[in-house]
Ligand binder design. Sequence first.
Ligand SMILES: [Mn+2]
Length: 261
Amino acid sequence: MRLLYFTDTHIRASNPKYRIDNYYESLKTKLQEIVQLVELFSVDYLLHGGDLFDLPWPPAKAVQMSVDFLEQIKVPVYIVSGNHDLLGQKLSTIENTMLWFLASRGLFRLLSPGDKIYLKQAGFTLQLSGQHYNAGIDKENKINSYCVKKKNCDIAIHIVHGMLLPQPFSPHVPATMIHQVAPLTEADFTLCGHAHLGYPAEEIDGKIFINPGSISRILALEWELVRVPQVVFLDFSGGKVQCQYIPLKSARPGFEVLRFK
Ligand SMILES: [Mn+2]
């Protein structure tokens, strides 16, 4: 079974403040590359970590880009909601969002908290679960959002839109540390979004924590000039457990697309 994971697409119609290229066209090109990667790697399932849209009620042009992209993906797509997909970042609004509407049209499936989906192929069983963003996710005692029990499967994957990090980012940014989650979750792979800069795969006690970062660059952070937008390929075929970050070839260098001053 082969999976491709990407996150924080932030599909929008207008140019973000710090972008000096045409963000819409650049994003469309990157999504086209992902369509090709799905075919090239014979991917069985495409996974998204949230913030599909930059706004919960995106302009028609942004919806068009997402539908055009999703219609080209011939495999099932699973997604969690990011804070940008929600009204006022409130999970209670999810049924009023474009994300919900597109899910209702069958373009992808939302991974609801508590649900476990079992994907089976040639004697291999994958348990897939997800946690939407919610306002308290990185506050005290909310670590459960990041934790799942593994049951009747070979590999468990949990997708979360929250600030799960290897180390603190800033005293002003509430975050949950990977080393706190590792002893409590039974997921073999925890796939995270929300932290746009991402980090290399982190392994603790055989559990792997992944965030490739946003495939879009919209923040006024110096690291955004340096990093390359990427996706993650997970291969469990033929007894393999392989995880590979794949930089997007179509992403232009940061200094060609961003200017902070
Ligand atoms: Mn985001």
